[in-house]
Design a protein around this ligand. Sequence first.
Ligand code: ZN
Length: 388
Amino acid sequence: MSAPPRGVSRAVPGSVRRTATRLADGRELLYFDDSEPYVSGGATRELVDRRDLAPVRRSTRMRRDPLTGDWVAIAAHRMTRTHLPPADLCPLCPSGTGREPGEVPADDYDVAVFENRFPSFSGEPGEADPVDGDPLWPQRAAAGRCEVVCFTAEHSSAFADLGPRRARTVVEAWADRTAELSALPGVEQVFCFENRGEEIGVTLHHPHGQVYAYPFVTPRTEALLRRAAAHRAATGGNLLRDVLDAERAAGSRMVLSGQAWSAYVPAAARWPVEVHLAPHRDVADLAELDDAERDELAHVYLDLLRRMDRFFDGVERLPYIAGWHQAPVRRDRALGRLHLQLFSVLRAPGKLKYLAGSESGMAAWVNDTAPEAVAARLREVAEQGTAG
Ligand SMILES: [Zn+2]
């Protein structure tokens, strides 16, 4: 066996210690610790993965749809990935004795991040290689990186159950991954997100999110940048800033407002329950947030998630997607502006919104709920003392 990897450990803001190591197949694993004796450096997390894992060579490709200009990753190896294993086989639980070793070789952890074993994007940019040699169908290596963020070692917990200190550690991990992945060759955009609930299609119940580092600017962001550029040309303003200011001035769709963050239901929301959270200061991504903004974010994000869980009577855990929209890495930084889009596909208890023909086929959306009513409900279900 080769020499154990040496963990590179350092303290980062928010009283978090970051320790980097490698899994048996060479993938990176990072611990973000906020508890003793690890946070002070008094002890170090387990750094050796004793599994016998062969290094994985993925050759994921992506092809450009000539009709839309969108890149589509073709990741056939993902068909074999783990799907809803029983709790004792969960690969995200700490690898204690008496269970199958998982992806985190320690007995416990606070927050852990590792490279996905079944990534949609991985590796370095390569030569263009058109499908069937025809330039009508551009094809390239789907370079980039996909990571898994374990929010807690507690299998049956949820992000909304975390305390503010642990949520703050997750914010630190998101900011760290955004900065580091943005620096990788070929990465154009970094997306931190969480899918929660089988209705959303999660394949593991353990509380976790993901980070995708894309080798292109995503279609939604491309559309946003076109709108933001037109808005700037017409008014001189930043579109996302002006929308935030307008929502705060109008008030009818506001959900909460703090010192550094405000949340509102967008005027033209698409999903049955949808809320956006934006910083008051113009920042491009999570890495640009200062300490005070990260501190408040931990509180307001937990507040929003708990309101989501109280939204429908009789639904204890609302399935949701939480996605951080960040400015592209290499261009149009000033047009993009950090914001969270948090939404649910549940339109009533037990009733899912399926994307119907108009939405799936034409991207023409029909929302059966009024955004103002959704905002009123999200204000109504605030914890005592947090309404605002
Ligand atoms: Zn688990």
